[in-house]
Design a protein around this ligand. Structure first.
Ligand code: ZN
Length: 507
């Protein structure tokens, strides 16, 4: 390896260590930290993040990148090293374009915004949050202008979470999706919903936890290089490829909540555990994008965890764990219940069919905000209009409407579409892997998940951040982003659960 490349790696590794250390503190904050630790913890995390940022944006790192680039051009670098230089250069350029004053103003506004949002949501008082959101939108516009963009501001905001994905691709893909999905949801809403009474009962958390952990160990999640703890909002975080943490939460009165959040986060965790060890302590040791990350979690949660073959294997075990609730309930009824579709107000409680509509409306509204086509004061009405036209339901309060999500309160604009992009990608990936694993259903029905994980490791996980999502998706599936495979999946699966769907779908 040329010294220019080893020098660059030596400079980047301690920066990655600082970020990992900050991630440990954040994980602890959400899991074990007593409330009293909050103020000191916020300072500690900010200190580590500032140190990482300051070490990164130096002229010295810029010079190391220039020398490494020369080595790449001379053909002296491996393919991984060339990817490292390209990805790091992009992050460096981005970080250097933002003035320190703007970064500081943004982080202060984000912290005030979150506090105001919590109060506003608790009191159903949008006006309390509005001035903070105005400030955050204004700073986001400044951020986009400082970073620069070709077509529209949203491009550069989306790029932070979904590198290489232009807004126009999202707009086109969502338009295709909306056209077919809205009538599907309407057709489903017209039919009787499956009875899900058996999912409401008494499900002790310890038993839920033991069952879920057995399943994700069967998936291949390595508990020697990870663990699962409890938090208010489930998440996955990585302190290195050999230490990937999951969190979940359990509702003892409603089984699906904890069960599917465990399977979902395990999909994220398997991705992080599958990154090639040679990428450790570099900026490449993370997922390609939030969309690709979400494709892995949705695949394990929905395509695997809500499938018939999966429950052919596990339902008997689950009945033994919860005999009171499930002993007399046929597997077919349980399967229909966990796939019940119901247009509802709250995104995080939405089923897999209606979920994407929640995302589309957020994408359209936040894009309009940063284009200055929509004023913050008009946001609640615009939200309610779209809920009515996409989902056929109207929020009874702003707390259950425009105030329900945390993202905007800390200025995360450009994030929402990645949830839906990941869902669409999960179906494309599922189609591709089934071509190579034609007996996957039979494997899952006998509790075998090794070939599935092996396929994902080879095609997706090992690359970490080496490829942008559009390139990785093309390489893994042979296709660009497309809503078609997910719509086909929904059509096929749900016409078996809602028999009139086939006839009513507008094709
Ligand atoms: Zn997720």
């Amino acid at each position: 390896m040329p010294t220019s490349l080893s020098d660059l790696k030596d400079a980047l590794a301690p920066i990655e260590d600082l970020k990992s250390a900050a991630a440990v503190l954040s994980w602890d904050q959400e899991t074990y930290m007593p409330e009293g630790g909050a103020e000191a913890r916020a300072r500690q995390i900010a200190t580590l993040k500032t140190m990482a940022h300051e070490r990164f944006v130096t002229d010295e790192v810029g010079a190391l990148l220039d020398r490494a680039e020369t080595a790449v051009e001379a053909g002296d670098a491996s393919a991984v090293e060339a990817d490292l230089v390209r990805v790091t250069q992009r992050a460096y350029d981005r970080a250097r374009k933002l003035p320190a004053s703007l970064v500081s103003a943004f982080s202060q506004a984000a912290s005030r915004g979150q506090t105001a949002w919590k109060q506003a949501r608790a009191n159903d008082d949008f006006d309390h949050f509005a001035p903070h959101l105005k400030e955050l939108v204004d700073l986001t516009v400044q951020k986009a202008e400082a970073l620069g963009y070709d077509t529209e501001r949203y491009d550069v905001l989306l790029d932070e979470y979904e590198p290489g994905m232009p807004t126009s691709t999202v707009v086109d893909t969502f338009a295709d999706l909306r056209e077919e999905l809205v009538p599907i949801v309407e057709a489903i809403a017209d039919q009787p919903a499956p009875n899900d009474a058996m999912l409401h009962g008494t499900f002790p958390a310890d038993a839920q936890r033991a069952f879920g952990e057995q399943v994700i160990a069967d998936f291949g999640y390595d508990f020697d290089c990870g663990r699962q703890d409890l938090s208010a909002h489930p998440f996955t975080t990585s302190f290195g490829i050999r230490d990937v943490r999951l969190t979940t939460r359990f509702d003892e009165a409603f089984l699906p909540s904890g069960l599917f959040s465990t399977l979902h986060e395990a999909g994220h965790g398997l991705y992080e555990q599958g990154i090639a060890p040679e990428l450790a302590r570099t900026p490449l040791a993370e997922g390609a994008s939030l969309g690709i990350h979400e494709s892995q979690s949705r695949l394990y949660e929905n395509m695997v965890g809500r499938s018939r073959p999966f429950w052919q294997h596990y339902y008997g075990d689950l009945q033994e764990v919860f005999p009171e609730a499930l002993a007399g309930v046929p597997g077919a009824d349980f399967y229909r219940a966990i796939n019940r579709v119901e247009p509802s107000l709250i995104r995080v409680e939405a089923d897999e069919v209606t979920y994407n509509l929640h995302i589309m409306l957020r994408f359209e509204l936040e894009r309009a905000l940063v284009q200055e086509d929509l004023a913050v004061d008009d946001l609640p009405a615009a939200w309610n209009d779209r809920m009515a036209s996409y989902l056929g339901v109207t929020p009874n309060s702003d707390a259950n409407g425009v105030l329900q999500d945390v993202h905007w309160s800390f200025g995360a604009i450009g994030y929402f579409p990645t949830y839906a992009l990941g869902t669409l990608m999960s179906a494309q990936i599922d189609d591709a892997l089934r071509q190579d694993l034609p007996d996957l259903d039979a494997q899952m029905a006998s509790g075998q998940f090794d070939a599935l994980l092996q396929w994902l490791r080879e095609r997706i996980h090992q690359y970490g951040r080496r490829l942008d999502a559009p390139e990785l998706l093309k390489q893994a599936t042979g296709q660009p982003l497309d809503a078609g495979p997910w719509l086909n999946y929904v059509q096929k699966k749900y016409s078996a659960i809602y028999p009139d769907l086939q006839a009513q779908r507008v094709l």
